[in-house]
Design a protein around this ligand. Structure first.
Ligand code: SF4
Length: 99
């Protein structure tokens, strides 16, 4: 498969090894993505809890780098929610363009 990716110019597949060390490993995925129909007050509480776990995570940088480099539209990744990741993505693009 990697040979095919090289031939057609697809980006390399990201490594997933960092997930083995993730603080969220085995946790309920709803903590990071939320249930359908979640209201804003509940979302804020849930995201705070997810982010508190992310702060302790030894692979937070890898997680955030992955989520920013891919179109991960939903959920808390690397301690940032969707809007925060979009903002961070724009900030990194501006910094890269200025360099
Ligand atoms: S930073 Fe947060 S979402 Fe990412 S692997 Fe760690 S605990 Fe999970």
């Amino acid at each position: 498969m990697s040979e095919v990716r090289r031939q057609v110019g697809l980006p390399p597949r990201p490594g997933w090894g960092w997930q083995d060390l993730a603080a969220c490993r085995g946790k309920d995925v709803v903590l990071f993505f939320g249930p359908d129909g979640e209201r804003q007050p509940e979302r804020e509480i849930r995201e705070r809890q997810a982010k508190a776990l992310c702060v302790t995570c030894p692979v937070r940088g890898d997680c955030l780098a992955y989520a920013i480099s891919r179109p991960e539209k939903y959920g808390t990744w690397g301690g940032l929610n969707e809007e925060e990741r979009a903002s961070e993505r724009r900030r990194r693009m501006r910094r890269a363009n200025a360099a």
